[in-house]
Design a binder for this molecule. Structure first.
Ligand code: PHE
Length: 339
């Protein structure tokens, strides 16, 4: 009986076909539950004398494995052949590929930086995780001063000295500690505040800081720079308005508004019918700040400003909810594809 099985093994090994029906017949001949050759041999098993059972089993298993392998390999080659026989119509239009695009925050960050680079500002980057000195103390926030409460701070690992920066103004200190005036820099970056998420505020956002220090820098320089920016970014008809404000690191401090570009200053729901949009905080660098970084405040003066990228993007494009920026919904993001 074992010899008979060996003959079948040879038959299986030399079998070949390229037709599916022949292949199926081959499989049935050996493996069919009813009357298949392998099945029948298995049924014989109990009649085999005990001393031959082991060899019989091994040889029979070989036969079964060989049938299965043969079947699988021929089936694969038949399928491959079928694939390569398909007629290719080279005139068919291709499939549309959806192109990725830049995130609106990136698009607008680049627009803003380009405008300032045109008038001599140099872009630099500074750390997102910083110490109390760079984020607060050197910026003239005295310890326990209520001004620190203006910005709810995230501390890193309960260490009160390590914070996620609450503004890009830490970059002013980082840069001035290492450089001598004159300089003119813009500092884009991510910032964090422990605020509830709503349509108008988020715990993470982006800012761009500007800093110019030289001899005889005055508020007029600041005003003209901001007006240039407003016209370039919001359109040539834009006007700006400057209102007194307070920041510990600038004196005097101000907030700047631009005429609403959605309604041209006539009044709409984006500008809440005032015709003006608040776009940034600014002021003359406080003499204490200059002294903290070793710059002679009798010889040099400077201005600084800081704006929120999401906020400016919302104002320019009439976006009503800051959360859209962080939800990664393509219906929102793809609208910025061609900017
Ligand atoms: N750092 C301030 C803020 O986050 C903005 C600012 C920057 C104000 C520079 C004045 C000068 O609100």
């Amino acid at each position: 009986m074992i010899d008979k099985i060996k003959v079948y093994i040879e038959e299986v090994n030399s079998f070949s076909t390229n037709k599916s029906d022949e292949l199926e017949a081959f499989k049935n001949k050996f493996l069919s539950k009813k009357n298949g050759i392998v099945t029948n041999f298995f049924n014989e098993f109990r009649n085999i004398p005990p001393e031959s059972k082991k060899e019989f089993g091994q040889v029979l298993n070989n036969l079964k494995n060989n049938v299965e392998q043969k079947y699988a390999s021929i089936k694969e080659s038949i399928e491959q052949q079928a694939d390569s026989n398909i007629d290719i119509d080279l005139s068919l239009p291709g499939e549309n590929i959806i192109l990725g695009s830049l995130h609106p925050v990136t698009v607008v960050r680049r627009q803003i930086l380009d405008i300032f680079e045109k008038i001599g500002f140099v872009t630099i980057e500074t750390p997102e995780i910083d110490d109390d000195w760079h984020n607060f103390t050197a910026l003239n926030f005295p310890p326990e001063h209520p001004a620190r409460d203006m910005q709810d701070t995230f501390f890193v690992e309960k260490n009160p000295d390590v914070v996620l920066r609450t503004h890009t103004s830490n970059g002013q200190i980082r840069f001035m500690e290492k450089h001598k005036p004159p300089f003119k820099v813009v500092i884009p970056g991510r910032t964090y505040r422990n605020e509830d998420i709503s349509a108008r505020s988020h715990f993470m956002f982006h800012q761009i800081e500007g800093l110019y220090v030289n001899e005889n820098v005055s508020f007029i320089d600041l005003k003209e720079t901001l007006l240039f920016f407003a016209k370039e970014f919001f359109g040539p008809k834009s006007k700006i308005r400057i209102r007194p404000s307070y920041f510990p690191f600038t004196e005097p401090s101000a907030e700047a508004d631009v005429t609403c570009s959605i309604c041209d200053g006539k009044g709409c729901n984006v500008c809440k019918y005032t015709g003006w949009l608040e776009i940034l905080g600014c002021g003359m660098v406080d003499t204490n700040v200059l002294e903290n970084v070793g710059i002679d405040s009798k010889k040099y003066s400077g201005y600084a400003f800081g704006m929120g990228i999401e906020r400016i993007t919302m104002l320019k494009y009439g976006i009503k909810d800051i959360r859209y920026f962080f939800e990664n919904d393509l219906r929102f993001l793809s609208q910025f594809q061609n900017l």
